[in-house]
Design a protein around this ligand. Structure first.
Ligand code: 5AD
Ligand code: SF4
Length: 522
């Protein structure tokens, strides 16, 4: 896009939250106008990620709202089918459940066949470059479908839609995409789909800034056993490598009563496990006008009659004593803690903007282990941060040994446009980074295998999720420490917590046999 086009695009109206109420009036008026007027109204401009501006964002102006679907949208999807492809983290998985809920309230039915779909949404992830490349690959694959069926609506949403460069690239090169909307615009999906049908032109709606907290959104949950529950949105940590604070907006906590009510409702529906979700769940409550944090919330949730409660993702900096004290009460609070460390070297941590040192991280782990001796830990690690030396990398390896993580997600640093670390000069070659990743992964695998080995001969409690993916005669589920167990047992065990005797440990999974009488135990 040249300067002139960019300038023109910037003149196009950006839809913003205060416009929502008058949208229908505008739409009615616009229907009588030309398609050019229509595009001008609906193609939103985009404010690029701006670190200084984003860091100054205020705490006060979050709006709490209740969702209600407008009657006019209810029959819009009747007789039609939708398909959503999800990339990235649990937050995206859960957003897909909300979007599915919204589409089903409009009358759409789900399909897994792209050829059958009337609307296909790609719910995208921006965390690393390869995640984005996959999405662009998929956008390309969808092109022939659009040629075959011009009525098909293809939409791109999720984190990538919050990036200026991505929106521009799609607008310029991928004309098969009809609809682009951001992470703060999900609740507007019915309206946006209607706009896409009416305009037959591209609809872009990306609010760049904060986002509100919208309660009561419909959800089509993926199963009836485990459920995700958002407790907060956004992130204010601004780790220097990370795009999330820009794509997901500022930290906004849901009110405790709304979360507790949702968990109670899930328990009443028979769900066996909830995972409390947020980019940095330990910051929960900081933006609320009361002294109330994640520990307080968990203390209330543990009293709800639901067998398993988990939470993700933690930030070591905000992991406080109150939370440790509550987790130590055990019960339905699972003794498995995902605690991303990113690096074992304090200088690298400083450059990453993580706001803790190696020593503080190890101190925190020690404190948690003292309070919850049977807790196990997993982590996230980035290797090859700009100019990371071999010595600094060795610190990561030695920290891994000191903690004895049972598993880890490991990544090579990927520069993300708009983040401070993307501007750092980097003398380390990709070859060296790949080599470090390999060496780290060898350690990760060894520790995982060792952790698994300890379970051989033990009896563990497994929440049975269904048949194993590879063999329908085998059941599969997870232990309290989040280990995947494949075992022989009756189908009636699905959805129950049963005891399984572990017969063999593999690197990442366990094999076992169900203890016969344990089905009543649950
Ligand atoms: N490059 C590589 N890994 C990243 N992560 C976040 N941003 C980047 C990046 N730019 C990793 C972190 C985070 C996990 C979700 O993804 O380890 O914890
Ligand atoms: Fe990204 Fe997590 Fe850091 Fe937030 S805390 S900026 S989501 S890595």
């Amino acid at each position: 896009m040249n300067e002139k086009q960019r300038h023109e695009q910037n003149q196009i109206k950006q839809t913003n939250p205060s416009d929502i109420k008058s949208d229908q009036d505008n739409l009615n008026r616009l229907k009588e106008k030309t398609s050019d007027d229509f595009i001008k109204y609906f193609e939103a401009t985009y404010e690029p990620p701006n670190l200084r501006k984003a860091q100054k964002r205020g705490k006060q102006d979050v709006k709490y709202d209740e969702f209600q679907i407008d009657e006019q949208f209810q029959g819009l999807g009747k007789g039609k089918k939708y398909l959503i492809r999800t990339y990235g983290c649990q937050m995206n998985e859960h957003d897909t459940e909300v979007m599915s809920g919204l589409l089903e309230e409009m009358g759409y039915e789900s399909t897994t066949d792209t050829k059958e779909a009337d609307i296909i949404l790609l719910n995208t992830c921006a965390i690393r470059e390869n995640a984005e490349n996959k999405v662009f690959g998929e956008i390309g694959h969808l092109k022939p479908l659009k040629v075959e069926n011009p009525d098909l609506i293809i939409g791109v949403c999720g984190c990538m839609s919050q990036e200026e460069a991505v929106v521009n690239r799609i607008l310029e090169k991928h004309h098969q995409v009809d609809l682009i909307f951001g992470t703060h615009n999900i609740h507007r999906l019915p309206q946006l789909v209607q706009n896409a049908y009416l305009s037959k032109e591209r609809v872009v709606e990306v609010w760049s800034k904060e986002g509100d907290v919208i309660e009561n959104l419909p959800k089509r949950r993926q199963g009836k056993i485990k459920a995700w529950v958002n407790i907060m949105y956004g992130c204010d940590k601004f780790c220097t490598y990370c795009i999330v604070p820009y794509t997901r907006g500022k930290e906004r906590s849901r009110l405790p009563e709304d979360i507790i009510q949702e968990v109670r409702h899930l328990a009443a529906q028979g769900y066996k496990e909830v995972t409390l979700l947020g980019q940095n769940v330990n910051a929960y409550g900081k933006d609320l006008e009361m002294e109330y944090g994640l520990g307080d919330l968990m203390d209330e949730i543990r009293k709800i009659d639901i067998p398993r409660v988990r939470f993700t993702t933690s930030h070591p900096r905000d992991f406080d004593d109150r939370l440790i004290e509550v987790l130590a009460k055990g019960g339905n609070l699972m003794p498995y803690i995902h605690l991303p460390v990113q690096s074992g070297n304090s200088d690298v941590l400083k450059l990453m903007g993580r706001k803790y040192t190696r020593e503080r991280y190890l101190d925190l782990v020690r404190k948690i282990k003292e309070a919850i001796p049977h807790a196990s830990f997993s982590t996230d690690i980035i290797v090859g941060f700009p100019n990371e030396t071999e010595e600094q990398f060795q610190d990561t390896l030695s920290l891994y040994d000191e903690v004895g993580f049972e598993s880890a997600y490991t990544f090579i640093f990927s520069p993300r446009e708009g983040t401070p670390a993307a501007k750092f000069n980097d003398k380390i070659s990709m070859e060296e980074k790949k080599d470090r990743l390999q060496r780290l992964n060898a350690k990760v695998n060894a520790y995982s295998a060792e952790a698994m080995k300890k379970y051989e001969g033990q009896t563990v409690k497994v929440l049975v999720e269904g048949e194993s993916k590879n063999n329908p005669d085998v059941l599969a589920g997870y232990t309290e420490h989040s280990k995947l167990v494949n075992f022989i047992g009756p189908k009636s065990a699905i959805g129950q917590i049963v005891e399984v005797k572990i017969t063999e440990a593999k690197t990442w999974t366990l094999d076992g046999v169900m203890v016969e009488e344990s089905i009543e135990v649950s």
